[in-house]
Ligand binder design. Sequence first.
Ligand code: SER
Ligand code: ZN
Length: 507
Amino acid sequence: MRPSSNIPVRLSQYRPSDFLIDAVYLDIRLDRTATKIVARLNIRRNPNTPSNAALMLDGDELTLLEVKLNGTLLDQEEYFAEPDRLTLHHTPQTPFTLEITTEINPSANTQLSGLYRSGSAFCTQCEAEGFRRITYFLDRPDVLAIYTTRIQADKYDAPVLLSNGNLKESGEIPETRQHYAIWHDPFPKPSYLFAVVGGDLGVLRDSFETMNGRKIDLAIYVEHGKEARADYAMDALKRSMRWDEQKYGREYDLDVFNIVAVSDFNMGAMENKGLNIFNDKYVLASPETATDHDYAGIEAVIAHEYFHNWTGNRITCRDWFQLCLKEGLTVFRDQEFSADQRSRAVERISDVRGLRLIQFPEDSGPLAHPVRPEVYHEINNFYTATVYEKGAEIIRMLRTLIGETTFRQGMDLYFNKYDGTAATIEDFISCFAESANRDLTDFSRWYHQAGTPTLSVKNEYDSAQKTLTLTLEQHTAPTPNEKEKKPFVIPILLALISEAGVKYRSE
Ligand code: SER
Ligand code: ZN
């Protein structure tokens, strides 16, 4: 990761981008040590933030070769290029095209962020801020663009060329060893969901028919010879696709869904639109050696990344403070999927064990932070059990509080209202406040205040009055940055069991 700057990023300082990028055309010539990228960007000023601001694009260790504005090559005095920033002081008030050519060395990229080599393949990881290691860009999640990507490479070295969206065209370059593929993703997306893969890979193919009868081509790419070990992952993918239709009415939206398993990967997996990239331990399993736990892990991660297609990709995050908007919700969805596919009780016990083992200590130690933090120095340090697992528990409590039917109505409202946008936790909660017709301001404290409350319950039974009185008290210990804790809204389910074994449950 880049050395984090000492200037903290604060949620309170969020402001929309001065510029928007509507369309991105990328031409990527894959080469092990000198990959050339031409990025043509259709840019306009943001009508909501009128200003004369300079255009400042993010970069990270980039080498700039040239810049063209509306087709004209710019002199070096007309821009200011640094490895981590490209600044243009004078850009038109009307929409314009910027064409930027950069060169990078994938073999020297040991950060595994941006474009790098894993084994004999090229692959990418752009969340959170890896796209800026490929080209200069407004590398922030609230800038949504339509991407068209042309990839060219040696046809023997990289016979498989993949990117986001649907394949539009492919072919050979006559009299050379080169071939190309053009991918187009019709759904606007932030740069962190961009992906490219090039390599000599084996493939397991299948297909899925959606609830509206559309046929989706599915493929899992693995090292040659390991295709059969992806069988279970493929099965889990098809079950995930069906579950999201049945549970949430969410249909898959592209013509293809590709998964690539690589051995060098920083995270578990990544939900790039239409091209999920996985750490291969969450794809490959042999019946001879894999345990039940391995299978459950594959199923959960395949489901998690697939479910991001709606909770994360179609609706993304306005800024990185909203990471839990996609992660907490998607963990909740994959936990529910596993509960439906396997044993609900076993799943719950395992999720709670994980929470107590990892998240509780995090929440009571020096690294305690709210599920939606307000300040960070380095976003890569916020992919935590608090954001993911506690984030999922908040949604589970919300469902308990408002009931399953109202919760589903709130989810429908969220999908309808915020599709194609970069949203916030407030946007999300407002959908449930509306579906439940209830003020959820106090409940939202779960997002803002760190710490694990301790609940004590005292029960007194008055046999003369036949009355049971429960007294509940909560206490949250101070965490390093917050001494005074306010009470949390804690939904509590009660069950009373009579001597005859009859169970009375609260709603
Ligand atoms: N966004 C990924 C995930 O949690 C992390 O890279 O699925
Ligand atoms: Zn995720």
